[in-house]
Design a protein around this ligand. Sequence first.
Ligand code: MN
Length: 228
Amino acid sequence: MQPLFTPPAPILLPIADENTGFPVRRVYCVGRNYADHAREMGHEPNRDPPFFFQKNPDNLLTGGRPFPYPAHSAEVHHEVEFVAVLSKGGSDIAPDEALSHVYGYAVGIDFTRRDLQAAAKAAGKPWTAAKAFEHSAPISAIMPAARIGHPEKARIWLDVNGTRRQAADIADMTWGMADIIAHASRLFTLAPGDVIFTGTPAGVGPVTRGDTITCGIDGIGILFVTVA
Ligand code: MN
């Protein structure tokens, strides 16, 4: 059968210092994975299994392009996150095998229409419009694990217009990367090309047009984004 129209090319993420791109299949995101952020959002931190929502591959924003402030929101928040990209998939992956599925790591921002999310939470409705909107997931170049290993401790931070807003360590995550991959693989069949955002530390807050955001994870990368 021939396709009715030409399907879009896969989204490719840049890999640091390489000419090949990483083709994206799915984007999973973990909610509430740092105790201090759970508290600032009004939740008691707990060790419940991680929960997941999704963004779309073409929501990823690369190449230093500006983030266009979205319609239908007056309160868009930054959430800096530790991101893993997978080159191996599977189901029911054991935690002690999980990191062998990771190709590399990046720093990303989970931009959130917080006003729409609050309304969705109050109404028991899904978060899709709050999370999976256009260009809502800026992401740095991927740093291959073959070069840096699998970081368990590294500073994660985000500045808006030169003022530090978020500062933590990925070691503070409630669920670490291996456990997140293992949990996700029980709920979904993971595959090469999957991208996992692992939640944000405290300090989330609003952005406005004209803001310059700089964020990073030590040893992994730095991401610059302007809000247009
Ligand atoms: Mn998030």
